[in-house]
Design a protein around this ligand. Structure first.
Ligand code: FHN
Length: 462
């Protein structure tokens, strides 16, 4: 089912998101940063999981569709705290299988998992001693799925991190965001909330689940510099190797830049960055949203992001039974198969030395603010690694008469398709001074193919 009205609301929430935390700055000055960030630069592709009580109503409250993001149902319906808490009595996701989820991440070519340990609804998805409002104490499930996931990740060599809503907590009288039950945020004792729930829960997460690769904070309402610094010190003191995303506080910069939701910049960035992205139009499961991104769309986005120097954190929203919807599993597995052949162009690869391939600003068309709009190009993207350029060509763009390599000074030693296990050298001809690689007549993969161009030097000289 296509969800045009939902998309409208979703877009509205996207418009709000950048106000809060788009284009943050990354803290790169401290000495531990280079050590912490190394795995992230290699990984490029991660699985985001939004899972919580909201997967039960799944976008519908008292028989009525509630528009917006699935995980925002409590806020958007709105559902009073006294009613929302009753969902915990029914939450029994017996089909949750950490092994299966981690195996899916592995087979999809994802290298890290970040899961909601507590979203804005305030419900902890792990066994917390700080608040009984958690999946172990408040539900019939009586298991700690995050511990199970942490163990499965360790077994499969996948990095594991936590999303934690540090500021919004609609369950708590002093948490941000729930004005319907608790009145205006300005009148709350927000520091009390931070010191009594948010900070101790973050400490628990960093203490009981082994190495945490990333603490993913979000929507930093009322997170002043002083408050942000407290969280920063906490994370650094308990797990110095744990990365902090870009949404802790406006003033306190994490280890990398977090863009707005689903916002891929038009050009490369100099800092490390990551885009959190959806596979449909919601993060938490909605039963009416089956608007899944196709494998081709996902591959394009992943390569686009990598070619601009970023990471792609792609979300799945398990159902209330604990299962990731079948359709998106299939799509992700197709992406994984593509990555098995073409992964050299992604993992550890760095951004494009070119840039014109991203597109250009229109000379004539302006947006509502009078700024020229960006016209993206989608024919190909380039990533690099030592002595190699990887050109990924998408969909219909398969130049049977030869791929024209953009101009640079370095000598090319050979070219081949990454998906060809023999790396059979392709003929390179020079036409009107332009080096042209002769591609195989029939396109090996109409979704995307990667051409590897090897250089006589480690780095390309433009
Ligand atoms: O409000 C949240 C939303 O529910 C979701 O968690 C996303 C993921 O990036 N972050 C916030 C909106 O930007």
């Amino acid at each position: 089912m296509r969800l045009t009205p939902l998309i409208g609301l979703f877009c509205a929430s996207l418009l709000l998101a950048p106000l809060v935390h788009a284009e943050t700055k990354a803290e790169t000055s401290d000495q531990g940063h280079e050590k912490r960030i190394a795995w992230f630069r290699e990984a490029k592709f991660g699985m985001f999981i939004h899972w919580g009580l909201y997967s039960i109503p799944a976008g519908e409250w008292q028989g009525k569709q509630v528009l917006g993001l699935g995980e925002w149902i409590m806020h958007n319906a709105p559902v009073p705290v006294k009613d929302y808490v009753k969902l915990a009595d029914q939450f029994n996701p017996t089909q949750f299988d950490a092994e299966k989820i981690v195996q899916l991440a592995v087979d999809s070519g994802m290298k890290y998992i970040v899961i909601t340990s507590k979203h804005h609804d305030g419900f902890a998805m792990y066994h917390s001693s700080v608040s009984k409002y958690n999946i172990y104490d408040a539900t019939p499930f009586k298991r700690d799925p995050l511990k199970e996931l942490a163990d499965a990740c360790a077994k499969h060599g996948i990095k594991f991190g936590f999303y934690y809503s540090q500021s919004q907590d609609w369950h708590e009288p002093n948490g941000a965001g729930n004005t319907a039950d608790f009145g205006p945020d300005e009148k709350k004792d927000f520091d009390r909330y931070l010191t009594e729930k948010s900070e101790p829960q973050v400490k628990e997460l960093l203490t009981h689940y082994g190495p945490v690769c990333l603490m993913w904070f979000d929507t930093p309402f009322m997170m002043t510099e002083e408050r942000g610094s407290r969280f920063m010190r906490l994370v650094r003191s308990v797990q110095p190797n744990c990365l902090i995303d870009g949404r802790l506080s406006k003033e306190v910069h994490g280890d990398y830049v977090s863009t707005g939701d689903n916002v891929v910049p038009n050009k490369s960035m100099t800092e490390d960055w990551e885009v959190p992205a959806t596979t449909n139009n919601t993060w938490g499961f909605r039963k009416d949203d089956t608007d899944w991104k196709s494998p081709g769309e996902i591959v394009f986005k992943l390569v686009d992001v990598a070619s601009k120097g970023g990471n792609y954190l792609l979300n799945v929203g398990p159902t209330s039974a604990g299962v990731i919807p079948e359709h998106i599993q299939e799509n992700l597995l197709t992406v994984g198969k593509w990555l098995k052949l073409n992964g050299d162009a992604i993992y550890g690869a760095t951004k494009s030395p070119f840039g014109d391939e991203f597109g250009e600003y229109s000379a004539s068309i302006k947006d509502h603010a009078g700024k020229p709009i960006f016209l993206p190009r989608t024919d190909w993207r380039c990533t690099t690694s030592k002595g190699k350029l990887f050109f990924t060509l998408f969909r219909k763009y398969y130049p049977r008469d030869g791929f024209e390599i953009p101009a640079f000074k370095t000598k090319v030693t050979q070219a081949y398709m990454l998906s060809d296990p023999e790396h059979t050298p392709l003929k390179i001809v020079v036409r009107d001074g332009v080096r042209c690689v002769q591609l195989p007549r029939s396109n090996p993969d109409p979704m995307a193919v990667t051409l590897c161009v090897e250089l006589a030097d480690d780095k390309v000289q433009l």
